[in-house]
Design a protein around this ligand. Structure first.
Ligand code: SF4
Length: 291
């Protein structure tokens, strides 16, 4: 017999002022604005402070293995394409142990949202240098990893954007667009939120000074990958933090992995796999594999 466990959402356990509170509020608002029924929304959390976000919302939630949330989120989407699936985690989880899955997610292009809360530190384990940490932070001698430049360098029909926890209104609008993109079967959406860790790396003030809205830059065209890579690289090299929509495909197509593999059929979880009604098909399959 299969048993399920339902747990009520609990209040966030984050430090007061943590940037992840804005993300929680924006996810809630975007899902409400799009009228996504709670039973159709799945949040797959990574490991780290941000990865506990699914515990604070009344949705279906999975706490994934470290760096493996994308594999699980893609699996959920392929099993039941009718669901809206959000994978949410931090920079340490996604850009260190999870890096292989991160790169392949753009190529696979399943219609899920990957939401990374980047605070340039490992907050949960008390502030060690992460892949996005600046030179000198906690003795870090490696230059920071730039997820947006990496995302823009992969030629796939993805939605790519960056937000800031200090601007929840813009974040909500971008998350809404990303979720709409997913729900239309158009493919993978990647949104990195700059989410300060007020306890171990309080960057609110510094980031407010450095943030640049890419849509205000001359030549801004999010349908042109090359232009956007150049614009973002120029901002990064000038020590600024570009935010906004970095890429949306020019042609609206249903390019999602689940569309290619499952099409308009119900996903495997909604398929009747009982023996009796499927016996002729199973016998045919066995005969084929035996010959
Ligand atoms: Fe947020 Fe940092 Fe506190 Fe973790 S340690 S909850 S990232 S402020």
């Amino acid at each position: 017999m299969m048993r399920t466990l339902s747990a009520k959402p609990v209040p966030p356990i984050w430090c007061p002022g943590c940037g992840d509170f804005s993300v929680l509020a924006a996810v809630k608002k975007a899902a409400a604005n799009l009228k996504i029924p709670v039973h159709e929304l799945v949040l797959v959390g990574g490991i780290g402070c941000s990865g506990s976000i699914h515990n604070f919302l009344e949705v279906n939630g999975i706490h994934a293995l470290h760096g493996r949330l994308l594999a699980q989120a893609v699996g959920v989407k392929l099993a039941n394409p009718a669901l809206t699936v959000v994978a949410a985690g931090g920079d340490g989880d996604g850009y260190a142990i999870g890096m292989g899955h991160f790169i392949h997610a753009f190529k696979k292009n399943a219609s899920i949202l990957y939401l990374v809360m980047n605070n340039e530190t490992y907050g949960l384990t008390k502030g060690q240098a992460s892949p996005t940490s600046q030179l000198g932070y906690e003795g870090n001698v490696e230059p920071p990893f730039h997820s947006i430049l990496t995302a823009l360098s992969i030629p796939a029909p993805n939605f790519i954007a960056r937000t800031f926890s200090g601007d929840p209104k813009s974040m909500t609008a971008i998350l809404e667009e990303a979720l709409r993109f997913n729900r239309e079967g158009r493919g993978f959406a990647f949104v990195e939120d700059l989410s300060p860790c007020v306890t171990y790396n309080d960057t609110y003030k510094l980031w407010r000074e450095k943030i640049v809205d890419v849509s205000a830059l001359p030549g801004y065209d999010p349908t042109d990958r090359k232009t956007m890579f150049r614009l973002c690289l120029e901002q990064v090299e000038a020590g600024r933090l570009p935010v906004g929509v970095m890429h949306r495909p020019k042609e609206p197509g249903r390019d999602g992995l689940e569309v290619k593999l499952v099409g308009d059929r119900a996903g495997p979880v909604r398929t009747d796999i009982r023996l009796a009604p499927n016996l002729p098909a199973y016998e045919k399959l066995l005969a084929t594999s035996a010959s």
